[in-house]
Design a protein around this ligand. Sequence first.
Ligand SMILES: CC(C)(COP(=O)(O)OP(=O)(O)OC[C@H]1O[C@@H](n2cnc3c(N)ncnc32)[C@H](O)[C@@H]1OP(=O)(O)O)[C@@H](O)C(=O)NCCC(=O)NCCS
Length: 199
Amino acid sequence: MSAPVVVLAPLPLVLPRGRERVELQRDHARRAVRESALAISASLGELTKTADDVPLPSNGWFWSLSHSPAHVAGVVSAAPIGVDVEESREARPELVERILGHAELELFAARGEDGFLRTWTAKEALLKEFGLGLQALSCCCILRVDADSLELRFDDLRRTVHQFRFGTTLAAVCSASPERPRFVLHERPLLSRTAEPVA
Ligand SMILES: CC(C)(COP(=O)(O)OP(=O)(O)OC[C@H]1O[C@@H](n2cnc3c(N)ncnc32)[C@H](O)[C@@H]1OP(=O)(O)O)[C@@H](O)C(=O)NCCC(=O)NCCS
């Protein structure tokens, strides 16, 4: 089994507004998913989702994507997988409190980190692997913090979330696969290989 390849790319510098912008972000994120499939020679079919927005396996391959204001991320894997990409931001104290528990804050403080973006992206990637929304946030808890990975407990399960920082942006990927994912950062926006309607 090939290790998953997380494809990261910037969005075009000039973006339309409103609905068109959202459509463009979603389209570019799907391009990242297709690039990830190519990287591991996975043959994808249509990219469809459940009524709750959870990606359905395509030709048996699991996929996940994320769009931030300036970047997209996409990944494909033989096992369920979740990815998130976020740009650094000023967080309101109520939000920090909701995302990071006291014990987690201490784990990061011992490393001289605030931990907010790392926790946010890791928990979101984990929840996406399980096809869950933020209602399950309180079931995730960070057990260990390393330079480019975090170990989390979710119910009775353990997960290692791998992270990759570029500039002020952070990407995180979570899966049951024991293989370490590879992060591939494109310098330019991804070109479309096939015209695909966004479902
Ligand atoms: C799934 C969720 C976490 C996605 O959050 P997001 O940061 O807004 O969006 P992202 O760009 O990272 O991801 C969106 C993609 O995730 C996928 N997705 C949506 N719901 C999903 C779910 N339940 N499980 C797995 N994937 C899901 C979709 O493919 C979606 O993109 P699409 O609409 O173009 O198909 C969502 O529940 C949410 O509401 N997030 C709000 C952000 C927040 O408060 N995060 C707290 C950090 S822990």
